[in-house]
Design a binder for this molecule. Structure first.
Ligand code: 5GP
Ligand code: MN
Length: 336
């Protein structure tokens, strides 16, 4: 590990920096990455954001989004950038498996690795860490890093503020999850003062759905929702054929799991989707119920207590059956 002073020294002169984040990036992943990017370019650094995979169109309006490199589309160029980097910022993930094939490249790079993250149980691959599971979003930690560690609030331009606001907005469920504190509201207020246009950002993310997404949501709720009252659990399962029929693109199924959780009395909600080579699970829970434990123990995943994910190479039917078979183990907690 290096000290903060050491890192400050490195950042004092222009150098080659790569910023990366987890695969299938969400609002916090893109908001924190481009927020940090828009901050660092003002200091004269040569900065590239490399995402392991593509990401939803409703996140593609962020300032300097056209500068983002998608690893799966530009592997050779990305590998050179990673190899020649002096610093690699790893944002919104803490296990190299979350960046797919890029993980080995990052591990082998001689660059100093800086982890900024709010997920449980970080893996030991970094040289400097700004990490807290109390943070509601990685974007909040990026704000804290720039303002309180680097003392450079004056470099939070309206572009930086816009990106960080988006990250906090999406990871906090629009400022309503238990991780939202009065301190977080003060940070959000500061971001608005610094130029984030809050209502425009909400509109660009939440009032920007395709017609197909809305019809797909309707289909999921009326045809695919199963409510298991005996376990206070609700689940939605969708096949690849369903996805194809509605022409659902990356990220367009995001948030549907929350509708299942919004049912009165439901403590655990699952959205189980068939993808090309695997089945993906998204779990959400309320209160103390450890959704991440189920993902870690049974579905090769993890995440936060109330929002976690996992995957399996079994069939959709098998994964759904396995998920239901796990519920009796958690019956007491679910019925509390
Ligand atoms: P989502 O359901 O939106 O894919 O993921 C919810 C949360 O769980 C996110 O915070 C994400 O970082 C985490 N998560 C999703 N999939 C995985 C996984 O496979 N492994 C781990 N460790 N975390 C995951
Ligand atoms: Mn996050």
């Amino acid at each position: 590990m290096i000290s903060l002073d050491n890192l400050k020294d490195k950042l004092a002169t222009p150098c080659n920096i790569v910023i990366t984040t987890h695969h299938k990036p969400d609002g916090d992943a893109m908001g924190s990455s481009l927020g940090l990017y828009n901050y660092l370019i003002q200091k004269g650094h040569h900065v590239k954001v490399i995402t392991p995979t593509d990401y939803p169109f409703f996140l593609q309006w962020l300032p300097n989004n056209p500068e983002v490199i998608i690893y799966t589309d530009h592997q050779t160029q990305s590998n050179v950038l990673i190899k020649n980097a002096d610093l690699i910022f790893c944002l919104d993930f803490n296990s190299l498996s979350r960046i797919n094939e890029m993980g080995a490249e990052v591990k082998n790079s001689t660059a100093l690795k800086i982890m900024i993250d709010h997920h449980l149980e970080p893996e030991d691959f970094d040289d400097f860490r700004h990490w807290s599971i109390k943070a509601c979003a990685t974007a909040q930690l990026v704000y804290d890093f720039i303002v309180n560690h680097l003392n450079e609030r004056d470099l939070i331009s309206s572009d930086v503020a816009t990106c960080l606001y988006l990250g906090i907005m999406t990871d906090s469920g629009s400022f309503r999850f238990p991780t939202v504190t009065s301190d977080l509201h003060r940070i959000v207020a500061d971001l608005i003062d610094l130029g984030a246009n809050n209502s425009r950002i909400h509109q660009l993310v939440y009032d920007n759905a395709s017609e197909e997404r809305l019809r797909f949501l309707g289909y999921c709720l009326s045809n695919k929702l199963e409510v298991l009252r005996e376990f206070n659990t609700a689940l939605i399962t969708v096949s690849q054929a369903d996805i194809n029929k509605f022409n659902i693109q990356t990220g367009e199924s995001e948030g549907i799991v929350n509708y299942a959780l919004s049912i009165n009395g439901i403590k655990l909600a699952a959205f189980i989707t068939e993808r090309k080579n695997e089945v993906k699970l998204s779990l959400r829970s309320t209160g103390d119920f450890p959704a991440n434990e189920i993902c870690k123990k049974y579905f090769n995943g993890g995440g936060h207590r109330n929002a976690s994910g996992g995957q399996s190479t079994d069939s959709l039917a098998a994964v759904t059956a396995q998920f239901k078979a796990i519920l009796p183990e958690y019956k007491n907690l679910l019925l509390q």
